[in-house]
Every structure is written in C-alpha cells, then in structure tokens.
Design a protein. Sequence first.
Length: 267
Amino acid sequence: MSETSQLDAVLYREDEGIAWITLNRPERLNAFAGAMRDDLRAAVERAAESAEVRVVVITGAGRGFCTGADVEVMSDLVARGDAAAFEGYVEAGMRAVRALVACRKPVIAAVNGVAAGAGASLACACDVRVASEKASIGFTFTRIGVHPDWGASWFLPRLVGTGRAAELVLSARMADAREAERIGLFQRVHAADAFEGEVRSFALELAAKPPLALAAAKHSLSISPDADLETMMETEREAQMRLFRSADVREGIAAFNEKRKAAFRGE
C-alpha cells in the first residue's frame, strides 16, 4: 500500500512499511522557511502513529539534504530586529527534534547531498545516517554568528567525541562523505547512482525486524550516554522480560527452529 500527501514544503509517503519524509525546497537546497519545521514535526508524528509504518526515512529533494535556516529569511529577521520570530523558529526546531527522539521507530537520515547548519543537526537527531558519496556535512552556524541548535550540542559530542565536535563547530567547515564516515557521523556511504536503492534496501531490512525489540533498543541506546552501568543493566532486564512475553519472541523462536523468515507483528 502506498500513500502520498504534501504538508507545505514537506512530502510524506508510506510504502511497504516505510514512511518517506522529503524536504521539498530543492531550489533552496531544502533550507527551512515558513512552517517547514512544524511540517516536518507533523510528518514525523504521523509516521510514529501509523500502524503501517515500521521505519522512517528523512531525505531531501534534488541535490541537497538540507542547508538549515534560509539565509534570506534570516536576513529579513535581522534587518527587522524580529527576535520573537527568530525564537519561534528555534522553538519549532526543538519540537521537531523532540518528535524524532519520541518516535519509537527507527529513523534513517538519507543524506543525499549537502547537510549544513540545522540540516546537519537534523541528520544527527536521526538514529542512523546513510549518505551518498556526494554528500557533505557541516555545522556552519558560526559562519553567520549564531549558535548550533536542533540539539547539535548534545548529539554531536556523543557521535564523534567532544574534541572533534569542538573542531567541527568552531571551524564551521564542511566534511565530505568519506571523512564523515571515518569519524562516525555517517554509518554508511554509497555510490550516488546506487544511493536510493541502498537506502530502500536498508529501510526494508529494518522494517522486517521485530518492532518491539527495535523500539526497546532505540530507547536504551538513547539513554546510555548519560547512565551508569547498573542503570543500563536494569533497563536491559526490564526490556528483556517485557519482550520475553511478546508474540514476536514466540514467532522469532519458531521461525528460527523452522528455518523460515519470521513475520513480526509488533505484538
């Protein structure tokens, strides 16, 4: 079953258990403007609530993933001294990040091109980043005198370490796909002509796995950087006992014994 709709400059489509969310301002490299931030949040929440969706993929239309805030919009805000509108945009980005973190389903950032500023932060807020060899990523906030947002100051040090995070943020430089893969920002990098197919294959691979187990693992991994060993072992125990009673475990064991592919239902 496939479903397509448009929320302003954000496209939403469900297909084979995958929610495809596409930032759709290719003429501006998918820079955020207007209600785009809240439209993205709404799309993520829609995917999270859909009984048909197992995996969420966020990508960009055209040759860019997302270049963050539209500088033309920022220029207008600065010229008018409209701090209230600027704060509204920052808070809308915060709401989008909260939706991504709250989503119990795996979220893949399919970084098809440049990801800069809030676009880089958005990619970091996703669970896994899969990139085209033509992609690049940079936390370019200081180029125009602003501070990282969309949770970048929390996510980035946990992904690459504090020293490397400082170098990336303070220099505001762009890293190409291979460097980003080497330092742990991108988990997979694919040839540009194979990128879409590789993203779909990976998303389908995750969609076939047990939803309850993925959700539990996602939660545990999200809290582990700030937890001690005893807290994490107790979290693991609780998750194991909860999952042990699920129909998915019974199906997984039966499929293993019968040497067939499991059909997990999230029950």
